[in-house]
Design a protein around this ligand. Structure first.
Ligand SMILES: *Cc1c(COP(=O)(O)O)cnc(C)c1O
Length: 373
């Protein structure tokens, strides 16, 4: 056949996820840890991998790793599910709680993967936009109104959406790419206001030192999402997990790919999770550097940094797209949000090593001073 039938209609106009990665001396664009795992941890990883049976399917549920995560969080095994990165668990969320006739409440600007997953699964999307700079604060009353109502007036978009009652929402805390976390009081109010599934995306909670974990037992509709990709330097390995009531985990089990977490990743995850105290100095240094970079950005003419609880700083700069080019020309890759809705004129820099941060600041300073001449 010289032609092919059209793919599913929800794919029309959808662009594949693009991390906008290009090679650079200082990669400060994807919120990764600037440091790889240490030599001692790497040696333990190599030893652990040597013992993995490559000819056998992995434990579908990664139970050994699951038990370690459960114990560290004061929970039983059936409250934990490990996934192929947090991204897989986000997709599973849309499969299990979304679908035709169902509604996802989104709080843009936020992680673009949430809305993309909703579109892929024919889930209607209702937007309650955040306030503007500098805080990009959640419109708490509007969110509570949206989940409280039977059906939502207006704002619905996506596949044949009319906007029924909200079935699930995802609150990134801290929110990527804006930076601040949601308040504990708001999370509690939201969880009490609705039986919709509320996913607290805590991919960066190690940098904000705040978690909704204390709310877990009392709220069956709460899911905490975590990842090994950021604080634990394992973006290349693909491991994430959720903590939730066993009834909720049970629904995820129905939609997940049985062998999505391979045996090598499970072995690496066990070593790194066991060694997680070793990552603490690196996390502390990133938090200190974040505050130093924010202060330094404040005194560059034409630059306005926004407060962050995470491992990046979002900032406005005059001629942002041109500033991105200038930084890239100096070997520094940051993330360009200058044309993204609700984020116009901004760039996001992931906190790197002190040397990378200095190189970034100096290149941006040069760009801005030249503009002023
Ligand atoms: C990085 C990230 C994740 C998870 O990433 P994985 O590498 O798939 O574990 C989840 N949510 C947000 C907001 C992120 O930035």
């Amino acid at each position: 056949m010289d032609r092919v039938r059209a793919a599913a209609p929800q794919l029309a106009g959808l662009a594949p996820y693009d991390p906008k990665y290009v090679p650079a001396d200082a990669v400060m664009s994807a919120n990764e840890n600037p440091l790889d795992v240490g030599e001692d941890v790497r040696r333990d990883i190599e030893r652990a991998i040597r013992k993995v049976s490559l000819n056998r399917y992995p434990d579908p549920l990664a139970n050994e790793l699951r038990d370690m995560i459960a114990e560290a969080n004061g929970l039983e095994r059936d409250w934990v599910l490990v996934g192929n990165g947090g991204d897989e668990l986000l997709f599973d969320t849309a499969l299990a709680w979304g679908g035709p006739g169902r509604t996802f409440l989104n709080l843009p600007p936020t992680f673009s993967v949430y809305a993309a997953n909703a579109r892929l699964t024919n889930t209607a999307v209702v937007d309650v936009p955040r306030g503007g700079a500098p805080d990009f604060a959640i419109d708490e009353e509007a969110v509570l109104a949206a989940v409280g109502g039977e059906g939502v007036a207006g704002g619905a978009s996506g596949a044949g959406a009319v906007g029924g009652p909200v079935d699930f929402t995802i609150i990134a805390s801290p929110n990527n790419p804006t930076g601040l976390r949601a308040s504990q009081e708001f999370m509690q109010r939201l969880l009490s206001a609705t039986d919709a599934l509320v996913v607290a995306d805590e991919a960066y909670f190690e940098f904000s030192r705040m978690t909704s974990r204390p709310l877990l037992e009392a709220n069956r509709n709460l899911v905490l999402l975590r990842t090994f990709s950021k604080a634990f330097s394992l973006a290349g390995v693909r491991l994430g997990y959720i903590l939730a009531h066993p009834d909720v985990i049970e629904e995820y089990l129905k939609v997940r790919q049985p062998y999505s977490v391979d045996a090598v990743s499970q072995a690496i995850g066990r070593v790194v999770y066991e060694s997680r105290a070793k990552f603490e100095p690196g996390i502390r240094s990133i938090i200190e550097e974040r505050d130093r970079v924010t202060e330094a950005l404040k005194v560059i003419p034409g630059v306005r940094p926004y407060p962050s609880d995470s491992n990046w700083v979002l900032f406005s700069v005059e001629d942002a797209a041109e500033a991105w080019e200038h930084l890239y020309g100096r070997g520094i890759l940051v993330r360009d949000f200058s044309n993204a809705p609700l984020l116009e004129g901004t760039l996001r820099v992931t906190i790197g090593t002190p040397g990378q941060n200095d190189a970034f600041l100096s290149a941006l300073r040069d760009f801005c001073l030249r503009k002023r001449d």
